[in-house]
Design a protein around this ligand. Sequence first.
Ligand code: ATP
Ligand code: MG
Length: 424
Amino acid sequence: MAKHIQAVRGMNDILPQQTPLWRFLEQQVMNTFDAYGFEEVRMPIVEKTELFKRVIGEVTDIVEKEMYTFDDRNGDSLSLRPEGTAGCVRAAIESGIIHNQIQRLWYKGPMFRHERPQKGRYRQFHQIGVECFGIATPDVDAELIIMTARLWRSLGLQGLQLQINSLGSSEARAAYREKLVAYFSQYQDQLDEDSQRRLHTNPLRILDSKNPAMAELNASAPKLLDHLDDESKADFAQLCAILDAAGIQYVVNPRLVRGLDYYNKTVFEWVTDQLGAQGTVCAGGRFDGLVAQLGGRDTPAIGFAMGIERLVALIEDANTATVDYNPHAYMVVAADDGIAAAMQLAEQLRDAVPGLRLRLNCGGGGFKAQFKRADKSGAQLALVLGEDELKRREVAIKDLRSQAEQCNVGFDALPEYLRSTLGL
Ligand code: ATP
Ligand code: MG
């Protein structure tokens, strides 16, 4: 037998056992975003490499070491998207939909980063993201956060902590950057390898280090919040005031800088201590300069992205998902040559009972084998079509999950019977 080919390392199949949780999450997300008037966009998975270099920054981990980049057959450099904001902003500019207009957009899909695979960190992973264009005021910053809090409630997730910070204007950040470089330069020998490299390329990222050995040095570093411009300070105060009024608890984390280069003013993360080192499930912030940087009109913007694998893991642990995609009923065909009639009946039932999940036994098999399949399907009811039933235009109904008496129901009465028994 030929050796089977395995999936690419860090890229996972999501199998039927898992998909109900994914669908539960996606459904709650859609309901929540709909409730706030957000509209869905779908972008290509591949973009020009140049786009990610411009948006994410050349001296970021993502662009330097994590992107899946290749030349296509024309010799153009393309990359699998490592995140969604770049493509979303590109699409928004290119289509003209953010020209003098407010847009509240969201997207979902796979992202690709060549990282070291571990729990909560994969090479293909999934994000659901939101980007809101055209609003400069912090009311929308607060609304995005309030919307995510509602989503966690609908998913039954408790114990997520909200961390917020402000990165200020780009001028304030530039001045702060100098202070930071001066501070870390005093401790050159204590910097780990990554931090040494970042000291002059991207010093703010040192604060984002996941290395515990850097924690002490980072804790004493000058704080960005102490160096904010007046407008950023006022916006941050208003954000806090709206969150307070909404009863949303948060922690101000002065070291929260986010991994990507394009943020300014508000940044936030929702974190959990239940997933080990991979604790951030949702991260976002304002990126007012990005649209103009990509050639669009100056347009304020704010967004966030959630890591779906991490959220699914939390939902699984919390065991709060109320999902059941098992068939309601399994049709057992015990009459010779009965399959055509059974299939016709099954079609009629699917027409007559919206929402009915009916699995028909295909592939034949004896009565016992079919019942075994019916049981394994998770269905509540077995609808049995034997010779006699077929003649009398009836099905015998057996409840597979209780000791209830078997009963016979005529074809015509079946839709009503199923509706009331199954609550459809
Ligand atoms: P981290 O600090 O965990 O590396 P990040 O700052 O690189 O995250 P973002 O680019 O902000 O992450 O992406 C938003 C979210 O997407 C993260 O908070 C996380 O939940 C999820 N995420 C990012 N990278 C991965 C990955 N390789 N595998 C699974 N989820 C990921
Ligand atoms: Mg990362």
